[in-house]
Ligand binder design. Structure first.
Ligand SMILES: [Zn+2]
Ligand SMILES: [Zn+2]
Length: 374
């Protein structure tokens, strides 16, 4: 078993080679080294070597065992005999004695990084939804070398340390025979090849930073700080890994009149003493259009009117919140002579004192308003 050549090297194929590829390589080499056709010194040895390699690599089970344990795998233990020890198979025995498999793999697929974007939208856009196109800079596969990292037309050179397999096998003796310790090749970092002519565009990185336009659909009813995920719009993955996601965090601008409370819209309405006392019809803005609010005579400061279904559409499900209109009775700060005279007359008429009134809860102040739209 000592100094045995790697079976993949014997057949001159990659470790990921398909069964058909292995068969093809075997046929070619077997023909070249067949003792009937080749009388060269060593041809017979070579023929045997090729046959042995093919015997293992053409059998999926033996090949898997070889991939895991090297030459000790398919024949070193003889499989059945080992199971007689009461272990489940190669894997168990290996792990039992060595505390884990020592198989190294080529650098595996790695998911691309997630990207984050901050999008500021208007209050109206948050309420009714919108579609925005944003430009992000992300890592994509290099468009010149298509990720091969080599200058187009050139090939990576086969790594001389691992012979292109990406793995280095070292024999290790034990009471059960020889184990093969497999480690990732440090020369080529498991890639099997060394780039000698790096792609001039990406400097051999295989990827490039690129501006990319992404359409973002903002659903109706979103609120500040909500995050939207765009699957697969992040950085490209490595070694065939899937791309990352793009996370868009929304920031909603303040509105001139409206404040938001969940799915309800708050609107503060200033009215004067006369309107409060006598009642009035006041035009107020809503999210959709306008609304004529009928204020009853004797309206108190802080009274709240509810305009049903004039609020924000529910993000999940149907329907909308309400618009709440809170009345502020504004005390005039500058009066002309005529107005002063009128207030004095009013004072005389109403008397100097007022009775203390019951303190009503906020809930009692809400008046439901139906219809009467502008
Ligand atoms: Zn490139
Ligand atoms: Zn190597």
């Amino acid at each position: 078993m000592a100094n045995k050549r790697d079976y993949y090297d014997v057949l001159g194929v990659d470790q990921n080679a398909s069964a058909a590829h292995i068969k093809k390589a075997f046929r070619k080499l077997a023909m070249q080294s067949h003792p009937d056709r080749n009388k060269d010194h060593g041809a017979e040895e070579r023929f045997k070597e090729v046959n042995e390699a093919y015997e293992v690599l053409s059998d999926p089970e033996k090949r898997a065992a070889y991939d895991r344990f090297g030459h000790a795998g398919p024949q070193g233990f003889g499989g059945r005999g080992f199971e007689g020890f009461g272990f489940g198979g190669f894997g168990d025995i290996f792990e039992a004695f060595f505390g884990g498999t020592r198989t190294a793999r080529r650098a595996g697929p790695q998911r691309g990084d997630d990207l984050h974007y901050s999008l500021t939208i208007s209050f109206e856009d948050s309420v009714f939804g919108c579609e925005k196109e944003v430009e992000i800079v992300r890592t994509e596969v290099c468009s010149v070398c298509h990720g091969t990292r080599s200058e187009p037309g050139s090939q990576p050179e086969r790594c001389s340390v691992c012979n292109g397999t990406g793995q280095v096998r070292q024999a290790q003796r034990s009471i059960f025979g020889q184990f093969i310790n497999v480690t990732t090749c440090s020369q080529c970092r498991g890639e099997g090849g060394i780039i000698t002519n790096p792609c001039p565009d990406c400097k051999g990185q295989g990827k490039e930073r690129k501006a990319h336009k992404v359409a973002i659909k903002v659903p109706a009813g979103v609120d500040d700080s909500i995050q939207i995920r765009l699957s697969g719009e992040g950085d490209v993955g490595r070694n065939g890994g899937s791309p990352g996601n793009l996370y868009v965090t929304l920031s909603v601008r303040k509105h001139k009149f409206f404040k938001r409370d969940g799915d309800h819209i708050l609107y503060e309405l200033p009215i004067n003493f006369a309107q409060a006392a006598l009642g009035a019809e006041v035009e107020i803005p809503t999210l959709d259009d306008g609304f004529t609010l009928k204020i009853p005579a004797g309206c108190q400061n802080g009274m709240i009117f509810r305009l049903k279904e004039k609020g924000v559409p529910h993000l999940r499900g149907h329907g909308r919140g309400d618009q709440l209109v809170r009345v502020h009775v504004v005390t005039p700060q500058s009066l002309d002579d005529k107005q002063k005279k009128l207030f004095k007359e009013l004072t005389k008429s109403l008397g100097e004192t007022t009775l203390p009134h019951e303190d009503k809860s906020l809930f009692d102040k809400i008046k439901d308003t139906f219809g009467g739209g502008a």
